[in-house]
Ligand binder design. Structure first.
Ligand code: SF4
Ligand code: SF4
Length: 370
């Protein structure tokens, strides 16, 4: 495997022109400032490694984890260096050789022991569910709630249930049978452990006869769409709600007279190319004036959410930048399509004393349909 990875690295490492364009949209580069933590810096270090002047020591390995895998550098690179591919292969190699950095181990252990990143009891996962959802039932449609909305942002999940109940949309949830989708493990290179969680979920999907899965977390959506078997149709909740609006099944009865800016989270955006449905859903609300960040869609900048567990200060510093940019556009509300983005941007707003509101789209809707 090591030789295969070296061959893969070598192609891109010697393609890199050292132009440094990748630093522009890199949230880490701006807030940490070390060249070793940019795509260009890592290309340089890998060149040294391939030429025999460097070993993968503790610090070098750690630097490959100080990356949000946001993908902005991949989009911007004029020579087409596939930086994300390199880092994901390297992380797998570090795991295989027992070199997962200390900063990742607690998260890995929580996920493998408890099936969630928070080390919470598996039996508590569905504790918030209204009685009618406690027992999973056979259904073609499954709402994959995800760890954040099961354990902390339960309001998002309850809102979604309220919206779908209002239009008599039939679906099921897995409750305590749901496990993490595996995204954090895939990201850190723990492929085998991630696949084990994925298989647990697949077994339940198949027992319930699930055909279409919708998720409210952008990370779950990306993982379900890109890693799970293609036999399942996977939607983000904003896509499903947009479909219901298009069919005139879901109708907004009240106005929301606000300037709203939509934040393209990296997982729903660059990694899944789902850009328009969340915007169309917001535009369908009477009274909404939809604004845009200067850098949006493929060029959107990460909110820092991927660092929320490993480096909360860095995560919040990055979020502060996004909040300031939203304020510069005159936004009153930042609308997200991911609980992690919402929580992290709220923290960024709190730290700079911003009055801007940060809301997941799904939280805005229940009061508009009554
Ligand atoms: S943008 Fe691409 S070519 Fe330029 S330094 Fe970064 S990785 Fe290298
Ligand atoms: S993936 Fe994102 S965080 Fe990582 S180097 Fe590229 S731009 Fe920076």
């Amino acid at each position: 495997m090591k030789q295969q990875i070296n061959d893969l690295i070598s192609k891109d490492v010697y393609t890199c022109a050292s132009c440094g364009f990748c630093r522009f949209g890199c949230p880490v580069s701006k807030n940490v400032g070390f060249e070793s933590q940019t795509a260009r810096g890592r290309m340089y270090l890998l060149k040294k490694y391939l030429e025999g002047g460097l070993e993968y020591d503790k610090d070098l390995i750690e630097s490959f984890y100080t990356c949000a895998l946001c993908g902005n550098c991949n989009e911007i690179c004029p020579t087409g260096v596939d930086y994300l591919e390199i880092v994901s292969h390297l992380r797998k190699q570090f795991v295989e050789s027992g070199k997962l950095p200390e900063s990742q181990k607690m998260l890995r252990d929580n996920l493998t022991k408890c099936g969630n990143p928070f080390a919470k009891d598996k039996e508590e996962r569905g504790a918030w569910l209204p009685p009618q959802y406690r027992e999973p039932k056979k259904s073609k449609y499954l709402y994959f709630v995800g760890c954040s909305s099961s354990y902390s942002s339960t309001r998002i999940a309850k809102s979604i249930m309220r919206i779908l109940e209002s239009v008599k949309f039939d679906f099921t949830v897995m409750g305590n049978l749901e496990s993490c989708c595996g995204d954090p493990l895939f990201r850190m290179g723990e492929e085998d452990q991630a696949n084990a969680l994925m298989q647990k979920n697949i077994d339940v999907f198949d027992n319930l006869g699930v055909e279409t899965i919708f998720a409210s977390c952008a990370g779950c959506y990306k993982t379900l769409k890109n890693k799970f078997p293609k036999k399942y149709k996977v939607l983000h909740i904003t896509q499903l709600l947009h479909q219901l609006v298009e069919q005139k099944t879901l109708v907004f009865k009240k106005e929301l007279p606000n300037k709203i800016i939509y934040f393209d989270g990296c997982d729903i955006g660059r990694h899944c190319k789902t850009y328009e449905e969340p915007r169309e859903l917001l535009k369908a609300i009477p009274g909404v004036e939809l604004l845009e960040f200067d850098y949006n869609r493929d060029e959107a900048m990460c909110c820092g959410g991927p660092f929320a567990a490993s480096d909360p200060n860095l995560a919040a510093k990055i979020a502060e930048d996004r909040v300031r940019e939203a304020e510069e556009q005159g936004a009153e509300i930042i609308a997200t399509a991911c609980p992690t983005c919402m929580v992290n941007l709220r923290e960024g707003a709190r730290r700079i004393g911003s009055e801007i509101e940060v809301q997941d789209i799904t939280l805005m809707l229940p009061k508009l349909i009554r």
